[in-house]
Design a protein around this ligand. Structure first.
Ligand SMILES: *Cc1c(COP(=O)(O)O)cnc(C)c1O
Length: 474
């Protein structure tokens, strides 16, 4: 039998090594000199066109492809590594995380299961997460893409709690009447999770907000009573710790009390806010989170771990396992050899092939430590308060929501269009990059300070540019 002997490894390792070092140096230069670049810049059509070609049949040269990356990819990312980025809720990443990601890629580990130290590293992360949130040793957890997936997994476990495992086999029973609750400003991934679970997005009740943009507990209780009176079956409350529009934290302790009284599953979407536990002055604001049945959060936001690194934590680990574990001959478990070490991560979620997200997270925690990471989180909140001060001192600017954590919503005098134009012009200027949201029906300029690199001068640049652009519109 003739075989080619050809592999995909380099023929000239020496040259490959030199090229690899150039690529590493380029990324380190990029990170070191981020400030010299615009946050974001509009993408010319020629750059988009570079990628529109047929799939290559012949081998290319890595140095040339690298040059193409430097010219056409690197300058046109969204800019969340940049200290001036304040849009949505994006983490900044770190060089430590980048290097760990390279190690993980070199190892090419598949963390679905089996007896390997990469899975053990993920288990250690779970132990740390349990300790951080004061969850018991029987709690289970899993790295996932992000909080959207973690919310979905949590809804499915809550569904098992309400209907039993048979629902996995038989689907939802006729007239099950299950309904869930979240605040009106909960992230859209909660209603999507209900949609994907088969319960339907309409099964999610959007509870009114109080004056601090938190879930109004009286309105929540009224909604539960009303649904019960109508013969429906409340099963879950999805509270938010750090809402995406203004950074509000629902009153977790009161909601936990209510959940207990009505025997409801309490889920906390703490996508970015939950890691506030690492910061001394924020942790008390999250009181009651330990009473949740499940928590969804991201290491890739406030935790600064490079994308993606979401996490789901479930207090009842056995219920979590029973929601996902499936028998399959090729996943046969053994007590020795490579197939030992059950249960495996694939028993706790829908993914079988899984990347080694735990490694970049482990490196981040080991290298920086929780104190330094906590200080970075605190600092984003201090910068938000500084931004609030600057807004309050500027007569043409108006604060639109209380600053609970690290998100500031404000606007310039004038209508929605003027404010939308200011934000678009600001993004195109490359000076600073906030995004927008709507607060009580009005468009707001929204600055979410998540990046550990952001400093006072970036906040000043944002405010000065908003005022400057505002002047031009008059
Ligand atoms: C970012 C965010 C999500 C979604 O998380 P992903 O990691 O983007 O999937 C959900 N809820 C809140 C409150 C968020 O801030």
């Amino acid at each position: 039998m003739e075989t080619s002997g050809e592999t995909l490894d380099p023929q000239d390792w020496h040259e490959f090594r030199r090229q690899s070092h150039r690529m590493l140096d380029d990324m380190l230069d990029y990170t070191e000199k981020l400030r010299d670049r615009p946050v974001w810049q509009p993408i010319p059509q020629e750059v988009r066109d570079v990628f529109r070609k047929a799939m290559p049949e012949k081998s290319g040269d890595m140095a040339e492809i690298h040059a193409l990356f430097m010219k056409n990819v690197l300058p046109y990312a969204i800019g969340n590594t940049h200290p001036g980025f304040m849009g949505w809720v994006h983490g900044g990443g770190t060089p430590v995380g980048m290097m760990a990601e390279m190690l993980a890629a070199g190892l090419n580990a598949n963390l679905g299961g089996r007896d390997q130290i990469p899975v053990e590293v993920e288990r250690q992360l779970l132990r740390w997460v349990r300790a951080l949130f004061a969850f018991p040793d029987t709690a289970s957890g899993l790295f996932v893409t992000g909080t959207s997936m973690a919310n979905f997994i949590s809804v499915l476990v809550a569904r098992t709690a309400a209907l039993g495992e048979t629902v996995r086999e038989t689907g939802l029973p006729e007239g099950h009447g299950l309904v869930a609750y979240a605040s009106a400003s909960a992230h859209v991934s909660i209603s999507q999770a209900l949609d994907m679970s088969g319960l339907g997005a309409a099964a999610l009740r959007k509870v009114a907000l109080d004056e601090r943009f938190r879930m109004d507990v009286k309105a929540l209780e009224a909604a539960i009573s009303q649904d019960k009176a109508a013969g429906l079956r409340p099963f879950m409350i999805a509270a938010t710790a750090g809402s995406v529009d203004v950074g509000a934290i629902d009153p977790l302790d009161e909601i936990a009390e209510l959940a207990k009284r009505h025997d409801l599953w309490l889920h906390v979407d703490g996508a970015y806010g939950a890691l506030g536990m690492l910061a001394e002055e924020i942790a008390p604001l999250l009181k009651g989170m330990d009473r949740a049945d499940s928590i969804a959060f991201d290491f890739h936001k406030w935790g600064q771990v490079p994308y993606d690194a979401g996490f789901v934590l479930v207090k009842n680990g056995e219920l979590h396992r029973r929601t996902f574990a499936s028998p399959a001959a090729y996943l046969q478990r053994e007590s020795r050899g490579m197939a030992a070490g059950s249960p495996w991560p694939c028993d706790f979620g829908p993914d079988l092939s899984r990347s080694f997200r735990a490694l970049k997270t482990w490196f981040t925690l080991e290298v920086y430590g929780t104190e330094k990471l906590g200080r970075a989180i605190s600092n984003t909140c201090a910068l938000a308060r500084y931004l609030r001060q600057r807004i309050e001192a500027a007569p043409m600017l108006e604060l639109m929501a209380p600053v609970a954590l690290n998100i500031v919503c404000f606007r310039h005098l004038g209508d929605d269009k003027i404010n939308a134009d200011i934000v678009a012009a600001l993004q195109e200027s490359g000076i600073a990059a906030p995004s927008t949201t709507r607060i009580n029906g009005r468009l707001a300029i929204r600055a979410a300070i998540v990046n550990h690199r952001t400093e006072r001068r970036d906040v000043d640049a944002l405010v000065d540019a908003v005022i400057g652009l505002g002047e031009k519109t008059r």
